[in-house]
Design a binder for this molecule. Structure first.
Ligand SMILES: Nc1ncnc2c1ncn2[C@@H]1O[C@H](COP(=O)(O)OP(=O)(O)OP(=O)(O)O)[C@@H](O)[C@H]1O
Length: 285
């Protein structure tokens, strides 16, 4: 569904490559997590997958990016965005600036596609319900909190029903409840067959929702694996990505001989529970 072959990229008026010889393959209907330290190039990669590079940012690009059968550099941005939606990191910048209410804002992209009014209204109601923003529909997008704007930004992409959605830190402005809700919505999108690529720092949530995780460092995708294995990898510390409290605690317990040497370290609470149960039964209480 997504294929990057030998992709290198430098922003305009710079003399260095932000990404260098990147290869990536993503299967349809999967959830892929991409992690990397600050400045590693996550936003750049998100913009490449969704066609904003080269169509908006320009710069020097080599290699090919194919999404949903379309080579991104060879089609217009309008064509690219019909295949892949991008939720950008700053929700304020995602708002079109052309509309007075959230309802109109959500319908904006559909209007451009010529979707009939009745269907537009139905889709707005549906997506607003999904993201719990029905009560905001008649408010100005600019009168909302950062978290509310983020939900509107996500809704404005989901409503387009593209087969691929790329999300660049989609929950950065949300509280834990809002974050969980957005991840639950992502699960239902995945169930509906949407291919998701999530750039995210919240490793526990990524563990729960991503099938495969890739690590971006040194201008390349340098490691990848199933979320349980990749997100418990001790090298994540060296790459400036960190680790979860469950991995840290279990790693200490293992070093002190409380857990077996070859125990598979947990990333999330769900991973940790069976481990602690085994530990308790081994102790006989
Ligand atoms: N428009 C631009 N022009 C020139 N350099 C840029 C531009 N945008 C980003 N960069 C540089 O490209 C590199 C990668 O930036 P990018 O925003 O992709 O990283 P990131 O991993 O998303 O970071 P963060 O986690 O902080 O959002 C950084 O060194 C950044 O300074």
């Amino acid at each position: 569904m997504i294929s990057l072959s030998d992709v290198s990229y430098a922003y305009p008026d710079t003399d260095h490559y932000v990404l260098s010889h990147v290869d990536l393959g993503i299967e349809a209907g999967t959830v892929t997590g991409i992690v990397g330290a600050s400045g590693a190039g996550k936003t750049t990669l998100a913009k490449l997958i969704s066609g904003f590079i080269p169509h908006v940012d320009g710069g020097e690009l080599s290699g090919t990016v194919v999404v949903d059968g379309v080579t991104m550099a060879e089609v217009t941005l309008a064509e690219a965005v019909s295949h892949v939606g991008l939720v950008i990191q700053s929700p304020f910048n995602q708002i079109s600036g052309a509309k007075f209410t959230v309802r109109e804002e959500l319908a904006f992209g559909l209007e451009n596609l010529g979707v009939p009014r009745d269907e537009m209204a139905e889709r707005v109601t549906e997506v607003a319900g999904l993201l719990g923003i029905t009560g905001l529909l008649d408010r100005s997008p600019y009168a909302l909190s950062g978290g509310q704007q983020q939900l509107v930004a996500i809704a404005s992409m989901i409503i387009m029903r593209t087969p691929v959605l790329v999300m660049d830190e989609p929950t950065s402005q949300l509280d834990p409840g809002g974050t969980r809700m957005v991840f639950d919505v992502m699960s239902s999108l995945r169930d509906a067959g949407v291919t998701l690529v999530i750039f995210e720092h919240k490793l526990e949530l990524l563990r729960e929702h991503a099938d495969i995780v890739h690590v971006l460092a040194d201008r390349q995708l340098i490691a990848s694996g199933p979320s349980r294995t990749m997100l418990a990898d001790p090298r994540l510390e060296d790459w400036g990505i960190g680790s979860t409290r469950f991995t840290d605690a279990s790693s200490i317990a293992r070093d002190r001989g409380l857990l077996g040497k070859d125990v598979e370290l947990p990333v999330s609470l769900d991973d940790a529970i069976p481990l602690y149960r085994d530990f308790r039964s081994a102790k006989g209480n």
